[in-house]
Design a protein around this ligand. Structure first.
Ligand code: 13P
Length: 248
């Protein structure tokens, strides 16, 4: 389903006390500046329970940054989609570029993670995006197409319909260098066309991520194929995060 959505990926940041502080700030900020946008925080998994408790009285939802590709079993250290769903979370990031790069997640892993999420009513947010060398080579559209195809080829059309896709150019993540609205729109339009060609509808939500902040969110979100943002650094500040959510 296509709608406006802003998600805040906290990455490996916050402890119990600073997470509580940030969640409390976020609730206060949303009270003062309510938003019509669907909003979600994606904290470290250990904070999910606290975040779900906090969001009972506030206008945000909660997600996780990763789930296991397997069902329950002897997989030490893994966190399953069933566990996450049972805590009351709603979203799960799948294939964030940091996980692809540092944890060598393969397309098969990612397709399995998406299936696990959907089995447990978690909304998978499939992350894609090219590195700087790929952008500079000019082959970025083919690269992104491949990131979509290698997972779509393992999914049923109804599973693809239930994805959120996040385009996050790696060169824009945490660098302060945002993709221009035109650069982002070009890729988002291609993603939407590809999804349409694959499943006959383009009624899906496509987010932009990469140095998105209050000063550039409005221009990005005004593009015809950009439905919102996956926010890293700026989501660690409640005021900035809510300002971004109010940038439609
Ligand atoms: P920044 O907003 O810090 O660039 O991070 C983007 C991101 O990786 C969100 O998943």
């Amino acid at each position: 389903m296509r709608r406006s959505l802003v998600l805040g990926n906290w990455k490996q940041n916050t402890t119990k006390s600073t997470a509580l502080e940030l969640l409390t700030d976020l609730s206060k900020e949303l009270n003062d500046n309510p938003t019509k946008t669907e909003l979600g925080v994606i904290p470290p998994a250990l904070v999910v329970q606290m975040a779900v408790e906090q969001c009972q009285n506030s206008a945000f939802e909660v997600g996780v940054q990763n789930v296991s590709s397997t069902n329950a079993g002897a997989f030490t250290g893994e966190v399953g989609a069933d566990m996450v769903a049972s805590m009351g979370a709603k979203y799960a990031l799948v294939g964030h570029s940091e996980r692809r790069e540092y944890f060598k997640e393969s397309a098969d892993d990612l397709a399995n993670k998406i299936v696990r999420c959907l089995e447990h009513d978690l909304l998978p947010v499939y992350c894609i995006g090219e590195q700087l060398e790929v952008r500079q080579s000019g082959d970025y559209l083919a690269f992104i197409k491949n990131q979509l195809e290698e997972v779509f080829s393992q999914l049923q059309p109804e599973q693809i319909t239930n994805l959120v896709i996040a385009y996050e150019p790696v060169w824009a993540i945490g660098t302060g260098e945002t993709a221009s609205a035109e650069q982002a729109q070009e890729v988002h339009a291609m993603i939407r066309q590809l999804v349409h060609a694959k499943i006959g509808t383009d009624n899906i939500t496509i987010l932009y991520g990469g140095s998105c902040k209050p000063s550039n969110a409005k221009e990005l979100f005004s593009q015809p194929d950009i439905d919102g943002g996956l926010i890293g650094g700026a989501s660690l500040n409640a005021k900035d995060f809510v300002a971004i959510a109010n940038s439609f």
